[in-house]
Design a protein around this ligand. Structure first.
Ligand code: ADP
Length: 397
């Protein structure tokens, strides 16, 4: 019986995969290929209690990784049970406001969006082409991080730049993490006992963003043309004075490439602390009294609280604040220090509930007199698997 979806997340030199039952959400096999296209390309695969790690044959690209996955799935007796391939795609530009079946036209539009996401979309096109080679008989679908935000109003997505940049070159705010926002927001009507609630969802991972969600669509979000804008990230700046990059180039003699590397890879929690981009490591250092870690977390929570308040403007208030993502689901400290700065908006946490809600638990952590504050674990892979099966349903029978 064909029942599993192969979910692929292709990065420029890595490929994450999972074989998922879209009905139950069970992940029967998963893995990660790294250093693709470089020397020493390798792949790790987990299947039940078994784990294997292998070097990939030359030239060690996405194609070899997918051929390895195809062979591994055959060995595990899973290949016959695959019914479709679902791709996570970072940027769909203005082409895609929902997930789609992959065909030649879709593949070419994802390729056109490379100029908007030069770090991510090239790998998605390579992944689609490689999956077509490795699994020629399986239908494929693409699920976009940007799609959920495509109904944002013009006032939310325009930059105050010469309008020709938008009209001629599509330079505007797009937003990301749409798959996570969709997955989490879909659970909220049942949890809140309210149809079409107004939500502020904070997806806090290595990259983080917030969305203001009106029922089933986003009306504003904190990331923009790229995932650099918005709150403080693990290694990325978030918002900053746009004059800083040119100042670094003109006064410090830095190259544009070095500035970009600094903004994307050496800033955020890592840049502020000089210790780590990892929130857990910083919390451990903070507990030992490390001033640099305290400073980084202070800036992180303050900026986050400011952005939550700003997102409420888009909705004129909200029915609930929701935390998700690695930090949102697991850091009572970040939740507490952020929400205590939002008391004037009617939010307060129940300390015991906040401390107890982590590692995959879901719950309302607000105090009795507060507006609801929920922790809801996200599952982007499952949503990709479900969209894929819905879109490829006619090939399943
Ligand atoms: P990605 O954006 O790569 O998907 P995740 O959503 O997995 O990232 O989030 C990773 C972040 O979650 C890291 O900063 C990590 O330190 C943080 N995190 C995970 N567990 C905890 C914890 N128990 N306490 C604080 N932070 C945590």
């Amino acid at each position: 019986m064909q029942k599993y979806v192969l979910v692929l997340n292709c990065g420029s030199s890595s490929l994450k995969f999972a074989v998922i039952d879209p009905q139950s959400g069970e992940e029967v096999c998963k893995g990660l290929a790294e250093r693709l296209g470089q020397e020493g390309a390798s792949i790790k695969v987990k299947h039940g209690a078994d784990a294997e790690e292998s070097a990939l044959p030359a030239p060690g690209t996405h194609v070899e990784a997918l051929l390895y996955i195809e062979d591994a799935l055959k060995r595990f007796g899973l290949q016959q049970a695959l019914c479709a391939v679902g791709h996570r795609v970072v940027h769909g530009g203005e082409f895609f406001s929902a997930s789609v079946r992959v065909d030649e036209d879709v593949r070419n539009k994802i390729a056109e969006c490379i100029r908007l996401a030069p770090l991510h979309n090239p790998a998605h096109v390579i992944g689609i082409d490689a999956a077509t080679k490795a699994f020629p008989d399986l239908p494929q679908a693409a699920v976009f991080d940007t799609a959920f935000h495509q109904r944002m109003p013009e006032k939310a997505y325009l930059y105050a730049l010469p309008i020709s940049l938008y009209q001629e070159h599509h330079i505007r705010r797009y937003g990301f993490h749409g798959t996570s926002f969709r997955y989490v927001s879909a659970q909220m009507p049942a949890l809140l006992g309210k149809e079409k609630p107004k939500l502020i969802i904070c997806h806090l991972g290595n990259g983080g963003s917030l969305a203001a969600i009106d029922g089933d669509h986003s009306v504003d979000t904190t990331m923009g043309l790229t995932p650099l804008e918005g709150i403080v990230h693990g290694t990325r700046t978030g918002d900053l004075d746009p004059a800083i990059p040119t100042l670094l180039i003109e006064q410090f003699g830095m190259s544009a490439e070095a500035v970009s590397d600094m903004l994307w890879k050496k800033s955020g929690l890592l840049g502020l602390s000089g210790i780590s981009n990892d929130c857990r490591t910083l919390e451990e250092a903070m507990e030992k009294g490390d001033q640099a870690a305290i400073r980084a977390l202070e800036v992180y929570c303050y900026r986050l609280a400011k952005h939550i308040a700003a997102q409420m403007v888009a909705l004129g208030g909200c029915d609930a604040l929701v935390f998700t993502g690695g930090i949102g689901e697991n850091s009572p400290f970040v939740r507490q220090h952020t929400v205590e700065q939002l008391a004037f908006l009617g939010f307060a946490l129940d300390s015991a509930k906040n401390q107890a809600t982590m590692r995959g638990k879901e719950g309302n952590i607000a105090s009795a007199d507060s507006k609801p504050v929920w922790v809801v674990p996200t599952n982007e892979e499952l949503l990709i698997a479900r969209d894929t099966i819905d879109l490829c349903a006619e090939d399943k029978a």
